[in-house]
Design a protein around this ligand. Structure first.
Ligand code: CUA
Length: 399
């Protein structure tokens, strides 16, 4: 758009044009400006077409709503950082608006001065006399050094104060909930030490109470980001970093990995469920229960398949399945999503996933090496439809 406007302005003599052709004879001038006009028109058409093409390509990226977002939140922008839902996100938002308005005032003043100067000192009456030049005005130099310095200092004070506030650990009196977060290619592991509960991709928190995350990574650098609750913070292998989340009210908040971490980075998402204190306690105590294995039927057959095909990577608490390379599935049926919170947890999605996970999400299980502790996704297990029916029935019992 900016290029199109610029090209259109370029056609006005006051904004340049082609001086040499203006200075030349009448007929040459006309021929010259006709050529320029035609070139500009062609360029402009090309840019407009390019902008339209880009718009259609980007619109096509939306794809089907596998996440079932519409059924979860009443918003087209569930990751809008300008719609804060907690104290940390609100302080970032306040700072953003402060900087935005300062920048807007500067933009308007500078552009107004620029436009004024362009019109006031434009070339007039076909004379070639140069305008009066000004060199080395000490007063001007001082003014345009001091003004930006004062503006930057004014922005720096609240910025640094906000940064320190965001980094502070909640005081013991705030009774923060502790959660340990581990980033994996390409999913999130959440461990609640107080409750001895491990879950994946969906973080449940009590509303109105700070949650102190202690984070690390099992492989490469990831970044935890729930835009409505706080800013981003990296998860670095071999180090721990911290982030405080707090939601004002119960609600569902969407987040995603914000640091490129390989093939399925875009499908490394998470959801935060902020609940009332009572709902959260009920959730945590239900999650702390071990699984009860099905005794008969398709679910029992599914458990047999699970032991052979899934147990070396997945854990189901209270059973012999103790793999720790992939999400803990003890209460899989209680989750709304799977696959890095990328697919709504429905039977249809699960069936597609079990037939061929790589078809749904880009991963590289051919590089998996369990002995070296390296897992880059779930492989195609070559399951039969009967085995898939059994696994779906078994997973459905893991409430
Ligand atoms: Cu993890 Cu991007």
């Amino acid at each position: 758009m900016i290029s199109v406007v610029w090209l259109a302005l370029g056609r006005l003599p006051a904004f340049g044009g082609d001086r040499r052709s203006i200075r030349a004879g009448q007929s040459r001038r006309h021929r010259g400006s006709r050529v320029i006009e035609r070139t500009l028109r062609r360029k402009r058409t090309f840019l407009v077409l390019l902008a339209l093409a880009a718009m259609f390509v980007l619109a096509a990226c939306a794809g089907p709503d596998r996440l079932g977002i519409d059924s979860v939140v009443d918003s087209d922008l569930p990751q809008n950082a300008l719609d804060p839902a907690g104290p940390a996100a609100r302080s970032i938002d306040n700072l953003w608006w402060l900087v935005f308005w300062i920048a807007t005032v500067i933009f308007v003043v500078v552009e107004a001065a620029l436009i004024f100067v362009v019109f006031r000192f434009r070339r007039r009456g076909g004379t070639d006399e140069p305008v009066k030049q000004v060199h080395g005005s000490t007063r001007l130099e001082i003014v345009w050094t001091i003004i930006p310095a004062v503006i930057l200092a004014a922005i720096a004070v609240p910025t640094i104060a906000t940064l320190f506030d965001l980094r502070a650990e909640p005081a013991p009196s705030e009774n923060a909930l502790q959660v340990e977060v581990t980033g994996h290619q390409w999913w999130w592991e959440f461990y609640y030490p107080e409750y001895d509960v491990t879950t994946a991709n969906e973080l449940h928190i009590p509303a109105g109470r700070p949650v102190y995350l202690t984070m690390t990574s099992a492989d490469v650098i990831h970044s935890f980001w729930v835009p409505q609750l706080n800013g981003k913070r990296d998860l670095v292998p071999g180090r721990t970093t911290n982030l405080t989340l707090e939601a004002d009210e119960p609600g569902v908040f969407f987040g995603q990995c914000a640091e490129f971490c390989g093939l399925a980075h875009a499908d490394m998402r998470h959801r935060v469920f902020a609940e009332t204190e009572a709902d959260f306690e009920a959730w945590a105590s239900a999650q702390a229960e071990p699984a009860t294995l099905p005794a008969e039927g398709p679910a029992a057959a599914g458990w047999e398949t699970f032991q052979i095909s899934c147990a070396s990577c997945h854990t189901v608490d209270g059973t012999s399945a103790e793999g720790d390379f992939a999400p803990n599935l003890t209460h899989f049926a209680s989750r709304t999503t799977f696959g890095g919170a990328t697919f709504a947890n429905t039977e249809a999605h699960l069936r597609e996933w079990l037939r061929d996970p790589i078809d749904l999400k880009p991963m590289r299980p051919d590089y998996n090496d369990l002995e070296a502790g390296r897992v880059l996704g779930m492989p195609n297990l070559g399951l039969t439809e009967v085995e898939i029916d059994g696994l779906i029935a078994f997973l459905d019992t893991l409430e």
